[in-house]
Design a binder for this molecule. Sequence first.
Ligand code: GS8
Length: 216
Amino acid sequence: MAPVKVFGPLLSPNVTRVILSLEEVGVEYEIVNVDFNTGEHKSPQHLQRNPFGQLPAFQDGELMLFESRAISRHVLRKYKTSEVNLLREGNTSEAALVDVWLDVEAHQYDPAIAPIIYQLIVVPMSGGTPDQKLIDESLEKMKKVLDVYEAQLSKHKYLAGDFVSLADLSHLPYTVHFMATPFASVLDSYPSVKAWVHDLLSRPAVQRVISQFPKY
Ligand code: GS8
């Protein structure tokens, strides 16, 4: 039996974030699907795992967690290996910079990119029409964030410095879907960002996860 369980479909970006962390440290895990279509994420059973009725939830023995970034930090802290040190907790300055860029991802990048993916991929799946005004506004927001990333990544190979961290990987779940949209060429104006994304995509753990994604 796998030591840990991830509740939620692999394709949901916040679920993918957790799976990427597990793959990086090589922990065996079981994915327990929770069906959005039937509203299973709002069922009393799931609300016990995540009181906000969202995915992912995560079980590690007696410990039940929600919030994908907190789960990822737990995984990378508890199952850290000598080769994989994605939180840099041995160095307080590096760890603080990882926290800064993880917060940037959560509070600047995610609110800009998530509506674009939702409108372009999720809305059409349920037969709806994407809200173009919201997409345009979100793209403008995203470009402002990417300006900052371009400046940072032209000075350092990764966001928190010259070492890869969870702050970098945490961007991938939405970015991979973004690259499959008609707006993927937006990244062409940000060469350092594009090189950074491609570097992250070449990681074996990342490849193991995204090779399971559908080709749109
Ligand atoms: C967000 C979880 C979330 O929105 C986290 O875990 O990082 N801050 C949380 N999950 C989505 C699915 S993944 O995109 C979700 O559960 N949506 C359904 C809902 O909110 O009802």
